[in-house]
Structures are given as structure tokens and as C-alpha cells.
Design a protein around this ligand. Sequence first.
Ligand code: PYC
Length: 331
Amino acid sequence: MRHTFFCIDGHTAGNPVRLVAGGAPLLRGASMIERRADFLARFDWIRTGLCFEPRGHDMMSGGFLYPPTRDDADCGILFIETSGCLPMCGHGTIGMATFALEHGLITPREPGTLRIEVPAGVIDIAYGEEGGRVRWVRIRNVPAYVAATGIAIDVPGFGPLSVDVSYGGNYYAIVEPQGAYTGLDDLGAARIVELSRTVRNLVRDAFEPVHPLDERICGVSHVLWADVPKSEGADGRNAVFYGERAIDRSPCGTGTSARLAHLVDQGKLQVGDRFVHESYIGSRFIGRVEESVDVGGVAGIIPSIEGSAIATGFNTVWIDREDRFWAGFSV
Ligand code: PYC
């Protein structure tokens, strides 16, 4: 039996986005977080088949568009990635909104804006078009907040680190330069990946964040290594680790959101500030601290992230049950 998925492939700031425009399963659930649970219970083979080798790779990320479950939204998004079905994905939203608008898959009720339901909540999008292309997308994200500071870990072969945990749609362990961590270029990509797995495990052993408004959103999934900017006009740089081997090629939308909340918590940014975040490969998002909010009794912010995406082509992907690797593999 062969399942066919019509995809628009592309990237946001260098990180892959696979918008599955045809072949999405019908899901049960009264909200995107309920549909996410249903997808994970019954259809996770679609995620692994489309994201893992041989049809994907370590960084593969994307999602499906669904009709919204609420009257005030234009559509819903279910994210798929090598690491699972994220509550929210910034680079993925920028890419999927761009490709969907450019190919007429969503019709906004108000041109220039979209309201999208994601598992983590509801996000508002502003975008600019020119010459039939979407040139930029800005996401007013779900609230971000700092969940813990000063988690002490000792990384074998590296040394002690003090790590903070911040939420921007996913929970990030944030490592700032300190001790043996003297900057991204001193570590290099292979070492960042290797260390990140250990850092994530050690932080998970020490602290399990649970979202104050929705306990289904929990657990540290990503590690953000913060650094000073490398190029002119940027305010900060990062390498975001996800899955088992991925470094985000984009500055990571939810990572940037988590970092904005973190910098506000440290008194280094305030409402109204802009923060240009540079990725490991030098691509950029513009982050903004839009407003302060209460997140279930915890002080937080509404962050926004702005960036752009480009489609690289149509891709009809088969998951064929006669293929030994129909559900993908990861080594
Ligand atoms: O842009 O939010 C993001 C993201 C999450 C994982 C990879 N990118």
C-alpha cells in the first residue's frame, strides 16, 4: 500500500520546511493540541516517514494545514519534526504561511493578516506581499516566560554550567558563555551537537517544566547556546539544538521568543525593544518584545518574530509499505 503526500518544500532562513499540502490524515479533537495527541497516537508514522531518512534528514521540519476549530482563526497548523510534534514552531510557521499564501491554500479574511491555531495556542500573523511573493512574515507568538534560572549541571569532559530554562512555544535550556563555553565558533557544530544531548539530559534530570496554563506542554526539548553577534547589525547569535543531531539553520522562532523573555528577565531588554538574532549560519530573524503579560501567575512577555521563507519546489512523496524503511529510520 502506497500513501501519497503532496508537499511544498522550502526553507526559512536556511532551515527546512516541508508543507504537506495533500495527504493529511483526518484528526479527532476540539483544539489543535487535542488533534496533536490524536496524530501522535494514530499517525506518528507519517511524521517519521516524512522527516527521517530516507525521505528526510536530521533537520527536517514541516507540518499540515487544518481547518480551524475556532471561529476567529483562519487555519490550524500541526507541526512535524524529527523531534516530534512541537507545540509551536516559528521558522515552520513563517515557511508554511508563506507557501500556503503564495499557492492559494489559505485565503485570509483580512489581507495582510492571518490568525492561526497551533497546539500551543493562537498566533497572529502580519505579512507583506510584492510581485506575487510573500516577502516577510511577522508572528505575534504565544506568551513567553522564564521557567527556571541557575540550574547547576556538570557536563562530563566539559565542566560545570549554569543553565536557565525559558519557554517561547517550546522549553529551551539556555546556555550563555561561561566557564569552558567561550563561544560557538570555539566549539564547532559537531561538539555543539554532542554536548547538547548531554546538557539536555542533565537539565531534564534536574527540572521538568510544565506550562502553567496547559500541563500537556511540558519538558525541555531544545538547547539554545547563546553568543555575542558575529555580523554587523545583529544583537545576538545562537545555535539551537533539536532532535538528536540537528542545529537549527534559522535563528529559531520559538528559541528567539524564549531568549527575548530571558533577556527581559535579566533586565537587558524591555517592552518595545527589538533584537536581531543571528543563526549559526548567519541568517536572521527580528525579534521584538511586544508587551508584558501574566502567564498563569508568572511574569512573561508577548514576543514577535519576523523573517522570510522561500519555496524550493513541489515534492510528491510516497510512503510505500513495501519499502523496508517506510516509517523512516534514524541512526
Ligand atoms: O523556529 O521555532 C522554531 C524551531 C523549532 C525547532 C526548529 N525551529
